[in-house]
Design a protein around this ligand. Structure first.
Ligand code: SF4
Length: 412
């Protein structure tokens, strides 16, 4: 693939001091949850070995191609990284440590399912250098967990968290989903309160989306499950926001809360529209002025990665700013200046402490204040944005749940 158009920021090199974030996609799950449309698969455990060879090969080839950049954060996501065979997460991290300049104290997160987190597994993960666990809890109601096809129950969540603590993890995120079919406000309140009783450092919560092609959507369309009620989901969000606020959590992004200083550094890099490299099947990257993604099929991905590694000079097939002939890359879009500007606004305003438009302009090299004068004025008049005395602009509380619609005004 040859990219001839000059992308926005192409002159930026990821080898510059600010470094990149690194996302490693793990495509394996013990079973596929009926609401999930991620690029993940059950029943392909025979591909564990090929995946490991492919992803470590791709990690090292990119490091050479990009001139061994600094890495600020690492995120093993998926999929279920905790479902990888013992030792594989360690090999992935060794491959990263051996080929990039991983910053001291870098946040290294692994997404985990509660039923994988025995004490032995937690100790193994901690020994690899992983210092943050993100656990897919979703609910503390066993009936709703069964409807979601989850393989754990509420007691296992508490047991898994205890194992994390005993293994030395002091930075744990718990993921929740609300707005589920048949879920009552009382059930949701019980989940929130039981989660708060565990004092995690970070909580993420997302409203259920009935994704195209998922069994859960099909069941709702067939009338086997009731359609989720968006007004009730909004009440659930408000309830959680009040309870988490009372419990002292900092609400720093529309869907994310944390204890002081425990913001997700990896996700902050996304919201600040900084550069990241994604490796593994179907992973997306935003680097050197381009957005690109790898082949989705784990089998094909492993083949392409080994083709890349076997090239005489694998690193020569990709250079910063021009992603050419990389076998694992399946598609590429240039991020032109207009798109880069829109994304900076769209993502930056999700952060509830607000956005310093001047600083964001300087970082992106685009005068955002001038470009979006009309849109910013309209959103302010409509009561969705408010300006602080120090010149920061932020979402008003009333706009949290309609932010995505509001932000479409920034799109080209
Ligand atoms: S465990 Fe997570 S990634 Fe895997 S199928 Fe379920 S929701 Fe999707």
């Amino acid at each position: 693939m040859t990219q001839a158009v000059e992308p926005h920021g192409a002159s930026r090199s990821p080898a510059r001091d600010e470094g990149i974030s690194l996302y490693v996609h793990v495509p394996f799950c013990l079973s596929k949850c009926p609401y999930c449309d991620f690029n993940t698969y059950q029943g392909i455990e025979s591909q564990f070995g090929d995946y490991l060879a492919g992803v470590t090969g791709e990690i090292e080839a990119w490091a050479r191609a990009l001139g061994r950049p600094s890495v600020n954060t690492i995120f093993l996501g998926g999929g279920t990284p905790s479902y990888l065979p013992d030792g594989d997460a360690g090999q992935i991290l060794e491959s990263i440590a051996g080929s990039y300049r991983v910053r001291d104290g870098a946040e290294i997160t692994a997404e985990c399912n509660p039923n994988d987190l025995t004490l032995e597994k937690c100790v193994e993960l901690r020994a690899t250098g992983i210092n943050r666990i993100s656990m897919g809890v979703q609910s503390m109601d066993n009936g709703l967990l069964a409807m979601l096809g989850r393989r754990h129950d509420a007691d296992e969540v508490i047991g898994a968290l205890k194992c994390c603590r005993r293994a030395g993890f002091d930075n744990v995120n718990l993921d929740l989903i609300y707005g589920l079919p048949r879920q009552t406000l009382e059930q949701w309140q019980d989940t929130v309160e039981r989660i708060l009783a565990q004092s995690p450092e970070h909580i993420s919560m997302y409203s259920l989306t009935l994704e195209e092609g998922t069994p859960l959507r099909h069941w709702v369309q067939q009338g086997r499950l009731p359609e989720p009620d968006p007004d009730l989901a909004a009440d659930m969000y408000d309830l959680a926001r009040a309870e988490l606020g009372d419990a002292g959590y900092h609400h720093y992004e529309i869907s994310n809360w944390c204890r002081a200083g425990r913001e997700s550094q990896h996700n902050l890099a996304y919201w600040r529209n900084l550069e990241w490299l994604g490796v593994g099947p179907g992973a997306h990257s935003s680097l050197a002025g381009c957005r690109f993604w790898t082949v989705r099929s784990p089998r094909e991905y492993a083949q392409k990665a080994s083709e890349w590694v076997e090239m005489a000079e694998p690193w020569a097939s990709a250079t910063a700013g021009r992603i050419e002939g990389v076998p694992t890359v399946d598609g590429l879009e240039v991020i032109d200046e207009e798109t880069a500007a829109a994304e900076t606004m769209f993502l930056g305003l999700r952060l509830l402490d607000g956005m310093d438009v001047s600083a964001a302009s300087e970082r992106s090299g685009i005068d955002l204040m001038a470009r979006y004068a009309t849109e910013l004025a309209e959103l302010t008049t409509d009561g969705l944005l408010v300006w602080d005395a120090d010149g920061r602009v932020r979402l008003r509380e009333e706009a949290y749940l309609v932010a995505n619609q509001a932000f479409t005004r920034f799109l080209p």
